[in-house]
Every structure is written in structure tokens, then in C-alpha cells.
Design a protein. Structure first.
Length: 196
């Protein structure tokens, strides 16, 4: 039975959305094409009607995840009732985000794996990261664009690193302490990160 172009596009989007979530949850090698296709309600054989390779799917899934992350961070900044960095800290460095690896950011879940991915995948992540840094740079005070960007890099690296450490320990008290410490320091990091 022939599937319409609209249905093919719908299936493709469903696969990409599922992959964006499952890669963050299980890693790139922790879930296979057959499982992703089954979750999307399709057969393993249908995969190559949508994608040339798993690498292409990884690239598209990460592009999707980065766009979603950027949109969430943008919403937090826009709705902040005061210091946007305090709002970002409360959102990103929350216990909810620590427990749910699939909701906000790819870096705490996949950062180490991304570094070992092919150029196309890393390029997609680089583009997404540039967008996040640009967004965060607009939310920081600074005399020059370059100084705001450097502050955004320092602040985002602190957020990601804090979440990686918080997820790495099995001690819930230590995990919460890490998140709290970075959350408290984040507005200062954003305000006082090194400037050129």
C-alpha cells in the first residue's frame, strides 16, 4: 500500500521526535533503529525510506532537540520576573531536570558521546550551541557583544557542568548541593565572567 507524502512526512517527524527523546535517555548506542521504528509504529524496514543512515537520524534528532532546548530557554528568559539568570538557574538546575534527562538539554546526557560523533552530527550540535549562546548573550549585561558572549559561555558551561555532576553522583544530598551551589553562583558568573 502506497503511503501519501503527507503521511510520510508525519512518520518522519514522529521518528525524529522519538529519537530526540530516546537518544537523550539511552545514548546513541543505547537504542537501535528497530526500537525507534517500533516506537513510531513503523517497521524496521521502513527506516531507509525516511533516512539514509542512523547518522542522518542522529543529526536531525539533535537539531530538533537543540531547537526545543533553545525555545524553552527563550521562554524562561522572556517570562522572568526579574533577573533572567536567576530564572534560568531555577529552571535548568532544578531537581526535575536532574531526574528527567529527556526534557531540557542534550549536553548533560550526551555531551561525552557527541564529541565522538561524525562531523555532520557535531556540526548540527555546533549550530544549535551557537543559537543557545546567542540567546544567552542577549540576556547578559555587558559593554560589548564579545564580553556578553564570553559571559554566556562561562554561565552555560557552569549550568551544564553542574547538571553533569549532579547526575553523576548516587548521593541525593550531594546532587542537590551541587545544583544549589551552581544555581546560587550563576547570576554572579553571568555578571562577572571574564571579559576581554
Amino acid at each position: 500500500m502506497k503511503v501519501s507524502k503527507e503521511k510520510m512526512a508525519e512518520h518522519r517527524e514522529k521518528i525524529i521526535a522519538s529519537a530526540a527523546k530516546r537518544f537523550r535517555e539511552h545514548g546513541f548506542e543505547g537504542i537501535g533503529v528497530a526500537e525507534l521504528m517500533k516506537e513510531a509504529g513503523l517497521t524496521h524496514g521502513a527506516f531507509y525510506g525516511h533516512f539514509a543512515s542512523k547518522e542522518e537520524l542522529v543529526e536531525l534528532a539533535l537539531e530538533r532537540a537543540m531547537r526545543d532546548s533553545t525555545a524553552k530557554l527563550e521562554k524562561v528568559i522572556a517570562e522572568a520576573q526579574g533577573d533572567p539568570w536567576q530564572a534560568l538557574a531555577e529552571f535548568y538546575l532544578s531537581l526535575r531536570h536532574r531526574k528527567n534527562a529527556v526534557t531540557v538539554c542534550i549536553f548533560p546526557s550526551l555531551g561525552g558521546e557527541i564529541a565522538r560523533q561524525p562531523t555532520g552530527v557535531r556540526s548540527a550540535v555546533t549550530d544549535g550551541l551557537q543559537g543557545i549562546l546567542s540567546l544567552l548573550g542577549r540576556a547578559i549585561r555587558g559593554k560589548t557583544e564579545k564580553s556578553r558572549r564570553r559571559k554566556a559561555i562561562a554561565a552555560f558551561a557552569s549550568m551544564v557542568g553542574g547538571m553533569v555532576l549532579a547526575r553523576s553522583t548516587e548521593d541525593p544530598t550531594l546532587s542537590a548541593e551541587i545544583l544549589e551551589a551552581v544555581s546560587e553562583a550563576l547570576p554572579d558568573i553571568a555578571a562577572s565572567a571574564p571579559t576581554p
